[in-house]
Write a protein that binds this ligand. Sequence first.
Ligand code: GAR
Length: 231
Amino acid sequence: MNAIAEPENAGEAHGRAASKSAVILISGRGSNMQAIVEAGTGADVRAVISNRPDAKGLEWARGQGFATEAIDHTAFKTRDAFDAALAEAIERYDAGIILLAGFMRILGDGFIRRHERRILNIHPSLLPAFPGLHTHRRAIEAGVKVHGATVHFVTSELDGGPAVIQGVVPVMPDDTEETLAARVLQVEHRIYPQAVRWWVEGKIEFNAAGVVSVRGTGVITDSMISPGTAQ
Ligand code: GAR
């Protein structure tokens, strides 16, 4: 049994919460998808779906023998119509969990409620700092000394759902958006597979307030201080 508490309105999701089956949604390069697949998390990836037919990651997924689908959002008149097509595809693959891996479409409330506590996302900042776009640029502009990435469950609040795991990196004085993005991406590739593994192992729990904890995780005793002292 997966330990994720069943939301009250889970409806049809009941039973499938225990499933290891996953569908990965991408919009572009798909390096997080690749990290999840290569890490061997135990998830049974049933399909990779993109809202962009030209997403680079689709080629890689096809090459790995995964079922792939492109559901081009520009072909739909409304967000609801796109969401319905997406939900129908996900239904077909009987996905226990939906993994957003660089999926750049905002999902509608109905879709999110229907898959409550079954959608994970990776966001390139230490949420709740810098929700939304251009996170690395904004981190540099704000002058923060640490930055990072967050894997969280998706709720109707943009980038606002409960965090499962976060990875921290230093911000260097000479960082550009690109160098910082590259450093954050490395940590993304570590934390997303870890979160998926925890899901598969049934270790993720929600408390009454909806905050996530992970059973049996290690104790961290050191802290990161940035910048470091001069050599
Ligand atoms: C990643 O940095 C991911 O955190 C970010 O897009 C990139 C996708 O890279 N996601 C978001 O900004 C979501 N709002 P990838 O396609 O190589 O995994």
